[in-house]
Design a protein around this ligand. Structure first.
Ligand code: DQA
Length: 146
């Protein structure tokens, strides 16, 4: 089972970026934790991709068709703006889980809307780096039960 993990804009700054909201864990540390956790499931392989560019994320999602079984995605600020990323997820029709470190529903009004969540099988928000681990668990179980 191959899972693509996509992180959107400014998530390469994790650790330094607004640590009171996003914590002090870096993206590399999150990816390492995910890789370690993936080993507890049989046959789960992860590939990581981070980009600050909407079009690159769209192209990565398009390229996942035929190669990956599912997608974990933190679209970051594009969550609240990107019809293009939402359409790409719908276009490939791969089970996808939306991830947020922070609880976007308890923050500014504009963060409460997600263009991308309706294209996903679910959303996990508010658990910091553990949002990623919870999302991996949920996606693997979803794919195993298909
Ligand atoms: C985020 C929440 C978004 O609103 C924000 O723009 C981010 C990070 C999160 O993981 O909590 O960049 O996706």
């Amino acid at each position: 089972m191959k899972i693509l993990v996509i992180n959107g804009p400014n998530l390469n700054m994790l650790g330094k970026r607004e640590p009171e909201i996003y914590g002090t864990t870096t993206i590399e540390e999150i990816e390492k934790s995910l890789s370690e956790y993936a080993r507890s499931f049989e046959g789960v392989e992860l590939e990581f991709f981070q980009s600050n560019h909407e079009g690159e994320i769209v192209e990565k999602i398009q390229g996942a068709l035929g190669t990956f079984d599912g997608i974990l995605i933190n679209p970051a600020a594009y969550t609240h703006t990107s019809l293009a990323i939402a359409d790409a997820i719908k276009a490939v029709n791969l089970p996808s889980v939306e991830i947020h470190l922070s609880n976007i529903h308890s923050r500014e009004e504009f963060r409460k809307n997600s263009f991308t969540a309706p294209a996903c099988i679910g959303q996990i928000a508010g658990f910091g780096k553990n949002s990623y681990l919870a999302a991996l668990f949920c996606l693997v179980k979803h794919l195993e039960n298909r």
